[in-house]
Design a protein around this ligand. Structure first.
Ligand SMILES: [Fe+2]
Ligand SMILES: [Fe+2]
Length: 558
């Protein structure tokens, strides 16, 4: 998906409501109809299977269920006439609260990365699948008191980490707290486990706390992660945070036993590891399925060894150099305003790949002074020049470049005019139709695309200016930014005027570094020349001085 239309970038009340409804309905089904612990047995019957309460056998297979066994089962909440209305009401409320917490966040905070219907579907799927996994897993481990710590193997942190990698970190924190609540509820909802947790309310509090702490640790560690090994580190940090949380509660427990410690450690370590593995797998697969650009992909593209960039270097060296310089400028500007500097850099490397179709038609590649536009009329010239946008998109598609990079390629000229040829044409005919000279657009839709547009123009004007004094550079940067504003090219992106000021400052600082006035080296005096010559002769006494080696030359300038 390229250049999302404005309407698609908002989580409307309808979208948030539909999301909430789907999640709520799914959660209701996940939480209550599968109620494996309810037993359908009567006093005096022969038990068809071994029945346990809190892991203890109360009646073996083939034994008669006595009145006291029946009482034990009743106390543990394992027998009853199906689902009680209070149970159903509690499950419905839990599902509604969880779904509302997520939908409310989406509507009120409008996370940009999770606004389109496919992304909302992805989020809903993640929440539903994880809630279901928690429900099934905890139903197995919780009723058994001896295996209580196994509950922490559940990789609750994986879902928020996937959300943070693919969508948005703040949204991931909301998902983390909601899932911790839902998972604990799912555990608590089972009568047998409820009896166990109810006996020690600290344990329910411990579950929700450890799940939240582990997830937060995971989200923080993988925030803007650019390498896969960062995810393994995140697994270790999740394990550490979970263990620290468990230890804290263990210290508060009057009946603590030393034997709990290795269990806690093993469960946290396994939980962290499983979270990391699931996160890497899920984010690679889901990222591809939903066309979401990941940082790992961007990191690979930033290495400059992509076949397209190699071609650019060989076939259009001027454009390649221009792209790298624009990348440096834009990266600094992105850092200055908190935009994604990695995406900006990669976007710059690839923004002009369309010029590969006809490198010689672009001024930066005209080394021999030959300009093929001299033989063309301004209309044809403008068409040829502006064609690099679509040609670039075509190449990007063929090489499967990520959607965000493709968006930068099509948006980097916005709907501007191919100014030089438009001016030439309007000199000949003042009535000329400006549309014939316009780039296809759209205008930059993101901060990152806008920064690439500005850096691209700034680099071009500074390169073509003879005067590169600091004052002139300041004036050129200012002029470019003001011109883009006046042309309304920045209307669809989220840059503020303050951001533009910071971007301008970053450009100036970077350009001053490149074009600082150089000190001229004074030529060496005759005395210096003699001393240097003597010095080199001393240094290499075995050097042939019979004329077989070239004479030592003293460089006049560095
Ligand atoms: Fe371009
Ligand atoms: Fe460019």
């Amino acid at each position: 998906m390229l250049a999302m239309p404005l309407a698609d970038r908002k989580v409307s009340a309808l979208r948030a409501g539909a999301f909430g409804l789907v999640v709520a309905v799914a959660l209701i089904f996940i939480l209550f109809p599968m109620f494996p612990n309810r037993l359908n047995v009567q006093e005096g019957e022969v038990a068809g299977e071994t029945i346990r309460v809190h892991g203890q056998v109360v009646v073996g297979e083939g034994e008669v269920i006595t009145a006291s066994v029946m009482q034990d089962l009743r106390d543990a909440g394992l027998v009853g006439a199906g689902l009680g209305t209070d149970d159903v009401a509690a499950a419905v409320l839990a599902a509604l609260l969880g779904a509302t917490a997520l939908a409310g966040y989406l509507y009120l905070f409008q996370p940009k990365e999770a606004s389109s219907p496919p992304r909302l579907l992805l989020l809903a799927l993640l929440v539903i699948v994880w809630a279901l996994a928690a429900r099934l897993f905890l139903a197995q481990v919780l009723p058994d008191n001896d295996r209580f710590y196994l509950a922490y193997i559940l990789p609750v942190a994986a879902a928020p980490m996937v959300v943070a990698s693919l969508l948005d970190a703040a949204l991931a924190i909301t998902v983390a707290t909601t899932l911790a609540f839902l998972a604990t509820f799912a555990g608590f909802y089972q009568p047998d486990a409820r009896a166990a947790l109810g006996g020690n309310p600290l344990e329910a509090f411990q579950m929700v706390s450890v799940y939240v702490l582990g997830s937060l640790a995971g989200i923080y560690t993988i925030h803007r992660a650019e390498r896969v090994n960062r995810y393994l580190l995140a697994g270790a940090v999740v394990a550490l945070a979970s263990f620290a949380g468990l230890l804290m509660f263990w210290l508060l427990d009057a009946q603590r036993e030393l034997v709990d410690l290795p269990w806690m450690l093993a469960a946290s370590a396994l939980g962290g590891l499983v979270s990391a593995v699931i996160t890497v797998g899920a984010f690679v697969v889901l990222g591809m399925l939903f066309g979401i650009t990941t940082r790992i992909q961007l990191m690979e593209l930033a290495q400059l060894n992509h076949p397209l960039l190699r071609r650019l270097q060989a076939e259009a060296p001027g454009t390649f150099h221009h792209s790298v310089v624009v990348g440096n400028l834009a990266e600094r500007a992105a850092d200055a305003v908190g935009a994604d500097s990695l995406l900006v850099r990669v976007g710059c490397y690839f923004h002009d790949i369309g010029k590969l179709a006809r490198p010689g038609f672009y001024i930066e590649n005209q080394f021999d002074g030959r300009n093929p536009h001299e033989r063309l009329d301004p209309y044809t010239s403008a068409k040829v020049v502006s064609a690099h946008v679509h040609a670039g998109l075509e190449l990007a598609r063929r090489h499967r470049l990520p959607a965000k990079v493709r968006a930068i390629i099509v948006e980097h000229h916005g709907t501007r005019l191919v100014t030089y040829f438009y001016r030439r044409a309007s000199q000949e005919n003042p009535e000329v139709d400006s549309k014939l000279f316009a780039y296809p657009g759209p205008r930059p839709q993101s901060k990152e695309a806008a920064i690439v547009m500005l850096a691209d123009s700034v680099e071009a004007v500074v390169r073509s200016s003879r005067d590169r004094s600091p004052e002139r550079i300041d004036a050129l940067v200012e002029a470019v930014i003001n011109e883009r504003l006046a042309e309304h090219q920045l209307d669809d992106c989220d840059l503020t005027l303050r951001d533009l000021r910071a971007i301008g400052e970053a450009f100036r600082a970077a350009l001053r570094g490149v074009y600082h006035p150089r000190l001229e080296y004074p030529p060496p005096t005759a005395e210096e020349q003699e001393t240097l010559a003597a010095h080199f002769l001393q240094q290499v006494p075995s050097a042939p001085i019979d004329g077989t080696a070239p004479p030592i030359e003293i460089e006049r300038s560095a």
